[in-house]
Design a protein around this ligand. Structure first.
Ligand code: FAD
Length: 414
């Protein structure tokens, strides 16, 4: 793969930059990269994010890789990366569309009926309504197929009861995609059905969860007799697992290799500013070794990301290899933040951006990075995926395989 812009990409970059310059304030290239983590999504931030998304959509710069009939631009993933690279040089509002545009839109394209695609996708692309993902439950995260939220058919509707948790952005979202159990008599993967759900419907209750970094980006969501019309079903009854896999594969790619990869420049600058044994820390040999290691890992992540991208741009679909970037990138981002805080000495423990070095970006990153190691597949689960599905090693022992879900022991039915 040639990493320089082709003449067409260079032209596209120029156009993207001209559009961005017209609408956004550029970041100072000599200042640190802004935080991608821990954004505070208050009403004002959501309003600004919606305004920016509408501006992009109205000018032909939204959801670039989506087909035109769904509100996108029908462009390749490379153009999308070029636009992202340029956009990252400007001050942008909170990124609230990752789940909708990166995961749920592609799921609707793969499994939705033409009527569902027509009804939801353009609206999702313009971003005036926001979508959330309602998969995890208190006792079903890594073992998602063990979920217990039920959907029972009643005439032309389904009635949903149960609890979801860790639902990012659910408190400001208008629509959600939910996986439910519709048949407890068959093995756990076979009894699931996937639905679209109106987050403003009677019986949906969101309770934000306070996080260690002070934000409350995700929620517990309770469903009490929530009625969903039959045409909100996405995919066939009992095929919810297959639909969910499409969402999850897109999730791993969209979380992907980004973790920490772009932050080594800030780390080098920090090492030059901080002191160790009376000299700039960057002159210390142990610091230099760790900086070199950070550079090696971040470069590896960058090219692993390009490799995935190059496979996808040749028409592939996100596969288990997408897990590699996240399996390495997420722990790396935590390590990088810990190292940066160590370099700061006592100031490493100060998280107030008005006085901590580099606007406390590393402190914030350190508090958010354990979540990145869990969201979209924990470190251990990704290693299992790589072991079984990339390396072909023997699978884990699965004691509940083939058993009707109702017979699997749990706290509530033993
Ligand atoms: C920042 C963030 C955002 C999130 N956003 C959403 C969202 O929008 N929507 C949503 O539905 N969910 C969301 N989640 C939930 C996320 O998908 C789950 O937290 C994740 O799947 C892990 O599930 P769990 O928390 O139940 O942990 P568990 O599955 O209970 O895991 C606990 C521990 O056991 C380990 N473990 C579990 N099974 C195995 C195994 N087979 N082999 C080895 N080790 C194992 C895990 O690695 C982990 O260390 C979010 C989570 C985070 C942190």
């Amino acid at each position: 793969m040639d990493f320089d812009d082709t003449p067409q990409e260079a032209e596209f970059r120029k156009k993207a930059r001209a559009f961005l310059e017209q609408h956004l304030e550029p970041l100072d290239p000599d200042k640190i990269a802004p935080s991608m983590l821990g954004e505070r999504e208050d009403d004002d931030a959501i309003k600004k994010a919606k305004e920016w998304q509408a501006t992009k959509y109205d000018n032909g710069w939204a959801v670039l890789t989506w087909p035109k009939e769904f509100g996108g631009q029908g462009l390749g993933r490379l153009e999308n990366v070029v636009f992202g690279q340029e956009e990252s040089k400007f001050k942008t509002p909170a990124p609230i569309y990752g789940i909708g545009h990166g995961m749920l839109g592609p799921t609707l394209m793969a499994h939705g009926t033409p009527a569902q695609q027509e009804k939801y996708l353009k609206e999702m692309a313009r971003g005036q309504v926001v979508w959330c993902q309602l998969f995890s439950e208190p006792a079903a995260g890594s073992d998602l197929a063990g979920l217990r939220t039920s959907a029972v058919r009643d005439g032309d509707e389904w009635v949903i009861n149960g609890q979801k948790i860790w639902s990012t952005g659910a408190h400001f979202c208008d629509w959600g995609m939910i996986v439910t159990r519709t048949d407890p008599e068959v093995p756990k993967h076979d009894g699931l059905t996937y639905f679209i759900v109106d987050m403003h419907a009677p019986g949906v209750e969101c309770r934000p969860i306070k996080q260690i970094n002070g934000g409350a980006a995700f929620n517990e969501v309770f469903f009490n007799d929530v009625r969903v019309p039959a045409d909100y079903q996405l995919g066939a009854i009992g095929q919810g697992w297959q639909v969910a896999i499409t969402t999850l594969m897109n999730e791993r790619v969209s979380i992907g290799a980004g973790g920490g990869a772009g932050r080594t420049k800030d780390l080098f600058r920090l090492a030059a500013e901080c002191r160790k044994n009376g000299r700039p820390a960057i002159e210390d040999s142990s610091v230099r070794q760790r900086l070199a290691n950070a550079f090696i890992v971040s470069t590896g992540l960058k090219y692993t990301g390009y490799r995935t991208l190059s496979a996808l741009s040749r028409g592939g679909t996100p596969g288990p290899e997408g897990s590699i970037g996240k399996a390495v990138g997420a722990p790396f981002s935590q390590e990088l933040a810990a190292f940066a805080m160590e370099l700061q000495g006592a100031m490493g423990g100060v998280s107030d951006p008005s006085c901590a070095p580099q606007d406390a970006i590393w402190q914030e990153s350190y508090l958010a990075s354990p979540g990145i190691r869990i969201a979209g597949g924990t470190d251990e689960i990704l290693k299992n995926v790589i072991a079984e599905r990339v390396l072909g090693l023997p699978g884990e022992h699965r004691a509940d395989k083939g058993k009707p879900f109702r017979e699997i022991p749990s706290g509530s039915n033993k």
